[in-house]
Ligand binder design. Sequence first.
Ligand code: ADP
Ligand code: ADP
Length: 221
Amino acid sequence: MIQLENIEKVYRTDTLETVALSGINLSIRKGEFVSIMGPSGSGKSTLLNIIGLLDVATGGKVSLNEKVVSSHKDRDLANLRNRELGFIFQKFHLINDLRAIDNVEIPLLYRNMSYKERRKMAEEALEKVGLISRTSHFPSQLSGGQQQRVAIARAIVGKPKILLADEPTGNLDSQMSDEIMNILKELNQQEQTTVIMVTHDKRMADMTDRIIRIFDGRQVA
Ligand code: ADP
Ligand code: ADP
C-alpha cells in the first residue's frame, strides 16, 4: 500500500546541511500496524511526514497504492492527504473554542457535504472512540486522554485508509496510553485501517505488528 524507495531527506539552509534520512527502503501492507522507533533526532518524524505527504523527500520515490506520488503537485498532495490519510500528534492540536463535535467535523469541511451528513459522521467517529457523551464539551473540559480521543475521532472521521500517529501517547499517563492504543488496535483490526505510529515507548511498540528502527537517519532493523 505504501512504498518508499531509496528515500533521502536533506534539510538545507545557507550555512547548514542536515542529512535527516538516507537510503530508506520500506513497504507497508494494507492493514498493517507498524511502529517507528529510534532515539530523539534520528529522523522518525521526518519519515512519518514524508509517508504522510506532509513533507517532500529530497531524493527517492514514494508510492501509494502502486502510484508514484512523490512527484505530485502540492494541490494533488493536499487532496490525497484529505481523502486517504488521517493524522494524530503528541500535542492534540484541538481548537479550544470549538466543541468536541465541531473539532471532529473540521476535515469534512473540505468535502462537499451537507451539515446533517457531517454531523452524522462526526457523531459516528466520537462513538467509535467512546466519547459520544462528550460531544458538546470544549477541549478544556476534557482530560488529556479524552482530548486525544477527540483528536483520533477527527483523524478518522473521513474514513482514511491510513492513520499516521506521531507519539500519540507521549503526553499521557500509562492508563490513558493503553486506552489510546486499544482504540488504534480496534481501528486497525475492525476497519482494516493501516496504522503507522512513531513512538519511543517500547511497551507501545510491542503492541504493534512490526517495528521499524531508525538510527541517525538510517533504517537499522
Ligand atoms: P525525530 O523525530 O527522530 O526526533 P526528526 O525527524 O525530527 O527526528 O529530525 C531528524 C533530524 O533532522 C534532526 O537532526 C533534526 O535536527 C533535523 N531537522 C528536523 N527538522 C528540521 C528542519 N526543519 N530544518 C533543519 N533540520 C531539521
Ligand atoms: P480526572 O481528574 O480524573 O482526570 P476530572 O475530574 O478532570 O477527571 O474530569 C472528570 C470528568 O468531568 C471528565 O470526563 C470531563 O469530561 C468532565 N469535566 C471536567 N471538567 C469539566 C468542566 N469544566 N465542564 C464539564 N465537564 C468537565
